[in-house]
Design a protein around this ligand. Structure first.
Ligand SMILES: [Zn+2]
Length: 379
């Protein structure tokens, strides 16, 4: 593996975003005993802890997080959404917008720090201070729409970073690869009509949101085929995910020729995630990340930035995340995934015909994308 300068963003304040104990209370008829929300700080804090304890931190370049400004947020979000979050956060906290995205007092500033952390990682990569970067941010962002938060997301961290890169860093075309188990509906909405942002989402079919993420959704008028959805059936393992990368993500990005790649990095396709039904292992995430780094090498000088999204297993996410960071930086900490013995030889991993069918349909869109594209900068 080639050793690279990998930037790393983590701020202790990300762990202070308070999502409360009201999990599942809505609609339970009052019979659901309060319990820590699925989206808590646990999986992220423990990932950050393993980065320290493994010693990998010494090989990474720490990038300080900063708060996104109002102007940064407003390139993507409506003033009404930003103002409402600010107001509720200054009072007692509130909800991102869908009733399932609770936040406590002060989360407005933390959400700005999450968007700004992703911006800082993008800036470091685009300016060449590091080769690639991982922004371990919280709250996540890929479900946030322009006008509202949803699905534990308040602001679109990746969307805000992309618009910042285009407005201030001279970046033109950008590709998003989202391997979170849930559909990247926020990025899809934000960039639906934008032919210069390719949004690819690999997710569990109709998991969340249940009514979006089908192969038929390909982008708005003038931006056809710059949205690509790969809705894999529940149960998919490493084989299906790697086939999706090799057969859809790779040709799509090679055809699209972005100047920068953003990855919405969710570890909820993990075999032990409480919110997903997929079977990806730490080794599977490592292989996906390694291939994405190769694709970035082939298309945009290796410029790739991962921004953390979901992943709700406090015990598995740290090992999946460390594997991705090792792939980005070309280092080997020698830390072994304690779950490998349980899941590496699972029969879930070989590509199955019913998974292949979905990938085949997305392949057609990826193939079309390579045809008739302008050279970068010609638009
Ligand atoms: Zn997710």
């Amino acid at each position: 593996m080639t050793e690279r300068r990998t930037g790393y963003v983590w701020h202790e304040r990300y762990a202070w975003h308070d999502t409360g104990t009201g999990v599942g209370i809505a609609g339970s008829g009052g019979f659901n005993q309060p319990h820590q929300a699925f989206e808590s700080s646990e999986s992220k804090s423990r990932f950050a802890g393993l980065v320290e304890v493994s010693g990998l931190i010494d090989d990474l370049v720490r990038i300080p997080a900063r708060e996104a400004s109002d102007a940064d947020l407003l390139r993507v979000h409506t003033p009404e959404h930003v103002d409402r979050i600010r107001r509720e956060s200054a009072d007692r906290g509130g909800d991102g917008g869908d009733g399932f995205t609770p936040f406590g007092r002060g989360s407005f500033e933390i959400a700005k720090l999450a968007a700004g952390g992703t911006m800082a990682a993008v800036e470091a990569v685009v300016r060449g201070r590091v080769d690639n970067a991982y922004a371990l941010v919280r709250p996540p962002g890929h479900h946030a729409r322009r006008e509202m938060g949803m699905g534990y997301c308040i602001f679109s961290n990746v969307g805000v970073a992309i618009e910042y890169a285009r407005a201030e860093l001279g970046v033109g075309r950008v590709a998003i690869v989202d391997y979170d188990v849930h559909h990247g509906n926020g990025a899809q909405q934000i960039f639906w009509d934008d032919p210069d942002v390719l949004a690819i989402s690999i997710h569990q079919d109709r998991l969340f949101p249940q009514d979006s993420g089908s192969v038929e959704e390909v982008g708005g008028v003038g931006a056809e085929d710059t949205t690509i959805n790969i809705p894999l059936p529940a149960g998919s393992g490493n084989g299906a995910y790697l086939a999706a990368i090799d057969r859809v993500v790779r040709p799509a990005i090679l055809g699209f020729r972005p100047e920068l790649i953003l990855v919405s990095s969710g570890f909820d396709p993990s075999a032990v995630d409480p919110l997903g039904c997929m079977s990806v292992t730490a080794g599977g995430f490592r292989s996906m990340a390694a291939r994405l780094v190769e694709i970035a090498d082939e298309t945009c000088g290796g410029r790739i930035v991962f921004s953390h999204e979901g992943g709700y297993s406090p015990v598995h996410v740290p090992f999946c995340g460390l594997a991705v960071l090792e792939a980005l930086s070309g280092r080997d900490t020698g830390v072994e995934d304690p779950f490998a013995i349980s899941f590496d030889d699972s029969p879930a991993h070989p590509l199955q015909p019913w998974q292949d069918t979905v990938i085949e349909r997305a392949e057609e869109i990826a193939a079309r994308l390579g045809l008739g594209r302008a050279e970068p900068g010609e638009r």
